[in-house]
Design a protein around this ligand. Sequence first.
Ligand SMILES: O=c1ccn([C@@H]2O[C@H](COP(=O)(O)OP(=O)(O)O[C@H]3O[C@H](CO)[C@@H](O)[C@H](O)[C@H]3O)[C@@H](O)[C@H]2O)c(=O)[nH]1
Ligand SMILES: [Mn+2]
Length: 733
Amino acid sequence: MDGPSPPLNARRVLTKDLILNRLYMLLNGIAILALFYYRATTLLRIIQTRETPLLPYLIVIFSEVMFTFFWLLYQAYRWKPVKLEVYPERLPGDEKLPPVDVFICTADPSKEPSLGVMNTVVSALALDYPPDKLAVYLQDDGGSYVTLNAIREAWKFARFWVPFRRKYELKIACPAAYLSSKESAHEKFIGSNEFAAEKKIIEKKYAEFEEALEKNSVNASASVSRDHPPLIEVMTDENGDSDLKEMPLLVYIAREKRPGHPHHFKGGALNVLLRVSAVITNAPYFLVLDCDMYCHNPLSARLAMCFYLDPKIAPKIAWVQFPQKFHNLSEHDIYGGSLNAIYKSAIGFDGLQGPNLYGCNFVMTRESIYGTGKIEKDVDLNQLKKTFGSSNEFIKSLYKSYKPQLLEDRKPSAELQKELQLLASCTYDNGTDWGEEVGYRYFTVVEDAITSLSLHCKGWISVYIDPASPCFLGATTTNLNDMLVQQTRWAFGLMQIGLSRFNPLIYGPLRMSILESLCYAYNFLESLYVFPVYGLAIIPPICLLYGIPLYPKVSDPYFIVFAFIFLSSRLKHVQETIAFGDPLRNTVYELRVWMMKSVACYFYAILNAILDKIGLHEANFSLTSKVVDDEQETRFKQGIYDFQVSTMLLVPLCSLYILNLAAFIIGMARLFQKNDELLAQAVLSFFVVIVNYHLLEGMFLRKDKGRIAASVTLLSIAISAIILGCGSLLIFY
Ligand SMILES: O=c1ccn([C@@H]2O[C@H](COP(=O)(O)OP(=O)(O)O[C@H]3O[C@H](CO)[C@@H](O)[C@H](O)[C@H]3O)[C@@H](O)[C@H]2O)c(=O)[nH]1
Ligand SMILES: [Mn+2]
């Protein structure tokens, strides 16, 4: 007998980070206590002496309480940073790998160009996984013939690409990415004539493919339909002249859409994917991709198996999460598009119950999302139908013994077609547990957030891996408008949850670990930052203008406490940025993004979530555009902000900026009289002004098309004057 087989994965606690984090928590925690001691005693004095107006003082204290609340929540991420490693070379042979279904969602070929979507499809087909154990499903929410034709073309091209990638062990699965890459992707075959000849053929085929898609996309936007029957097509071999066994299965699905029937956005799409695939391939694991997120490193599914084939932890894991990485980043991450701020926290999440779902790039088990173990024979059929809907075939798929029926030629029988139509119909969910207890939860536009909360609360864990060669690469937002719109949608969706019974602080602690609940709470409630941020962006500058001090004098020992908290938080940020491997300038970019989000996105997110709660707002999923605008792209690459942004989002930012700018300039004069008392406030406004220098530039210094429109600047000046006027009244109380 051999000894025990070597482990497929390892979990390493990052001790140095752990010690540093806890030390920081301790010191900053003590400083915060001192701060509140100062505030409490000063407040009592002010109430008696009225030396400072009370209301502004209370607002500042309230803001500090809120910041402290978020600070406390965030420490849960810092509690136990760990790193997971995997060893795919130790996996057993292909015959022992379990099947995997890949789900890709797309919605509109005019906003999500076919070439990108089909590169995602083809890259998934080209994963390094046994072809008979891999199936790729594309769900088209647009029910568009443009997408259907495109996938047929993609299938034809993939017949060449997939064997080529396999034969030459290319390290990039996506054709577009490979063809524009350097030689390292095929290093083993450099110099081989046969390879060079075949590569030429592939290049030609790809050019033809590209051209076909371009011709096909002429009427893309008119091809999108919101009223159509379900359509499911399994790609087959029409001529019957080559070997299908070489190719994974490829299936096109357009679920039924009818006006007046809620379709629940991507969550609804994923549930149809789960049902339809259950009766075609029924793999126990599925990988979810967005249509703009292609497979890069072909090993992803294998890497996930390093957890699922580890008997020690596999039964507890609901999903293996990979980060979203992006191929269109610039060295200046001015819109925070790399999402690194999220991935920094994932390291700490992993030390707890694991990261939340990031929407795509994860391999999940059917068992966890269905909420069932494999069902034993004697379960009541009626109960199952109440839970899972009326399809007999689907119910059968829940049993261990189920073998899905697809003929050798991959053509579904008439019977199976009927079942597929039923499973993809728009009324199938009605009266069942789909969207509530089974599948993706429909409660909000951020289906991933509520679904992961729900699974973690059921005791499942998740794991996060970030291999050196990224498994998935997508397109991130490259202009301010897209970024703010996307962030507003996310924040709105998360706030919907925050305002419901699923609020992690209420729903979480009894169902999952406290620390995990705190992480979720930070994530879901972030929009509440809007209150302290507005508080500190408005009150201290106004008081500075009127010469009213809100912070301790420089000569007061408590000044050091405030200075310490401010500096240690900034330094911690710098340390984490460097430790993550990001350039230092990202600390400034991240701070800007955070401020812009807090002022603009969170403001509308909260407003809409409240309106939604009282039934006055209809949630919608505004697709993130995947069409590239060259001029905007150039600015992005150069690190120049593009302020062609909806006025509604821009005005709050500019108004608060102008207020702080004015307060700082005029307040400087006051500083000569009262520098001991007002220095902290002046520094605060100076910090806002200097960090957000891009707004100053956009309003007053730039002349190009991406500057802030004069109308926005004028409106913002007016609004900041109004805020100042109203704010001035406050200081009499
Ligand atoms: O009604 C819809 C809306 C969207 N999608 C698809 O969902 C994916 C994500 O949409 P996108 O417009 O790219 O939104 P993003 O904000 O970029 O997506 C992020 O946020 C979503 C949650 O809001 C997550 O589901 C995603 O994985 C995550 O990348 C895309 O493939 C869409 O085609 C649908 O299938 N149906
Ligand atoms: Mn996207």
